[in-house]
Ligand binder design. Structure first.
Ligand SMILES: Cc1cc2nc3c(=O)[nH]c(=O)nc-3n(C[C@H](O)[C@H](O)[C@H](O)COP(=O)(O)OP(=O)(O)OC[C@H]3O[C@@H](n4cnc5c(N)ncnc54)[C@H](O)[C@@H]3O)c2cc1C
Length: 455
């Protein structure tokens, strides 16, 4: 590709960008990658990784309580928020370094600064003192997304998920606004860390898009841990008060808090990128419109990950990046499948899910067999905790195929990952039935449910 400074210019060194840059460079392509902030993007710095670390921290409060029934007398535990923040920051710093080495080791050139597209083949990066331009045969936009907060009186007082990891001090009372997975996870995490949490959601149940039974069940379990979950609730105003923040709700209710988290959605990072100048079209939701090979309306410009806003998950951004690299520098046969993408929600207890919800399956297949098991996990027979577990299989009656598998319970994400392979392989309920369980586990319930609860 002579006449160009590089074969691929990647804008954004987050999940999708780093994967594409590394894989393309390993295939011998000349790759330049620009990053304006910390390496690793949302997932490493303010998403999956720090959130999961904090989720582990939160679980200790439950585990310490559970220990007594097993004979352990633990002296009154105390929690040091500053130590957790410091250890998290050190680990994230280490990961930033790993990403740097991965990129350089693969032979990609890393440029630190804000990138702007000038036309279909030109990228300009402002690195502080100087501005440099690259002519690229191909450009990949992997700029991710950012939290969005609606307009209302007192908006300036609220926080987004980006700020939750370094709060100073740990709030005593936290209001979480939103009903998506990020809102629910932060509600569970801060409740576990000893914060008094109120979660407000304007809809009729949290976690829209998940199976209805799972939604109701996890909402009930979260409430049992002490989260004050208020549905049909909207914030009208937030004001600074003598003792923290004063919230007024649409129904006239008043609430006091030390911090308010708005987790009400994310928008694609397209501002200030020069997409207009380059002629790149957006979807009505402001994401970059791409085809199945992630080409935008300008053939030399592609986009992957949250900036395309399909399924906002790290493994999805990675897989999309692999499609692009294969298309540009490989056989060009790889395609992305968005069905049967497993996912977890790290609430307490966790959700793990793959495939269709019961509602989606009814629309697609009509006649179903639903298998459900709800029980007190073995551990809690001694711990005294009243936490319960839900497991559910959605089976297409005509083909006997398991088309949806859902769990609310400890380690649901770990359990569902393996079952996702079975569902992708087209496993039938008969195959589940002929699989020997591992005893005693919660996971064995998925292969021992015999009688459908509904058809
Ligand atoms: C709180 C939270 C928790 C999450 N938890 C999970 C989880 O448990 N599991 C999961 O799978 N997913 C999770 N996600 C989603 C996951 O983080 C994203 O789907 C993933 O990071 C998207 O990757 P990306 O490559 O599209 O963008 P990002 O990883 O966001 O990377 C984009 C990068 O581009 C850079 N950038 C933007 N504009 C420019 C520019 N003009 N010039 C240079 N650089 C630029 C940004 O600084 C950023 O580093 C979570 C997200 C959040 C917010």
């Amino acid at each position: 590709m002579s006449g160009f400074d590089c074969d691929l210019f990647v804008v954004g060194a987050g999940s999708g960008g780093v994967r594409a840059a590394r894989m393309a460079a390993q295939r011998g392509a000349r790759v330049v990658v620009a990053e304006a902030a910390a390496l690793g993007g949302t997932c490493v710095n303010v998403g999956c990784i720090p959130k999961k670390l904090y989720s582990y921290a939160a679980h200790y409060s439950h585990d310490l309580r559970d220990a007594a029934g097993f004979g352990w007398d633990v002296a009154t535990p105390t929690f040091d928020w500053e130590r957790l923040k410091k250890n998290r920051a050190a680990e994230i710093g280490r990961l930033n370094g790993v990403y740097d080495q991965l990129l350089r080791g693969a032979g990609a050139t890393l440029v630190r600064g804000w990138a702007t597209l000038l036309d279909a083949h030109t990228v300009q990066v402002a690195t502080g003192e100087e501005t440099r331009r690259w002519r690229a045969a191909n450009i990949l936009v992997a700029t991710g997304g950012t939290p969005s907060v609606p307009h209302f009186a007192g908006r300036e007082h609220v926080l987004t998920s980006d700020q939750m990891f370094d709060l100073a001090p740990l709030p005593r009372r936290l209001v979480v606004v939103g009903g998506g997975y990020i809102a629910c996870e932060f509600a569970s995490i801060f409740q576990g860390l000893g914060v008094q949490v109120t979660q407000l959601y304007r809809g009729e149940q949290v976690l829209r898009g998940f199976d209805d039974e799972v939604r109701a069940f996890v909402a009930q379990e979260m409430a049992k841990t002490g989260i004050d979950l208020r549905l049909h609730s909207t914030v009208a105003a937030v004001e600074r008060a003598a003792d923290g923040l004063a919230l007024t709700l649409d129904n006239g209710d008043a609430l006091q808090a030390d911090a308010v988290l708005y987790a009400t959605g994310r928008v694609p990072n397209v501002a200030g990128l020069g997409l207009d100048a380059a002629g790149v079209s957006l979807t009505p939701h402001g994401a970059i419109a791409v085809d199945e090979r992630f080409r935008s309306s300008v053939p030399s410009i592609r986009a992957v990950g949250d900036v395309c806003s399909r399924l906002q998950l790290t493994p999805v951004a990675l897989a999309e990046a692999m499609v692009v690299v294969d298309d540009l520098f490989g056989a060009g046969t790889r395609r992305m499948e968005y069905e049967l993408v497993p996912t977890a929600v790290f609430t307490h207890p966790n959700i793990g899910t793959v495939g269709l919800t019961e509602q989606q399956a009814r629309e697609r297949f009509g006649e179903l067999r639903i298998f459900r098991s709800e029980f007190r996990p073995l551990k809690h027979t001694l711990s005294g905790s009243n936490e319960r577990t839900l497991m559910k299989l959605v089976v297409d009656a005509a083909s006997d195929r398991v088309v949806g598998l859902h769990m609310v319970g400890a380690d649901a994400g770990e359990i569902v990952q393996g079952f996702a392979v079975a569902l992708r392989a087209g496993a039938t309920k008969a195959l589940f039935d002929s699989t020997i369980g591992i005893h005693p586990t919660a996971a064995e319930e998925f292969v021992t449910m015999r009688e459908p609860v509904t058809r």
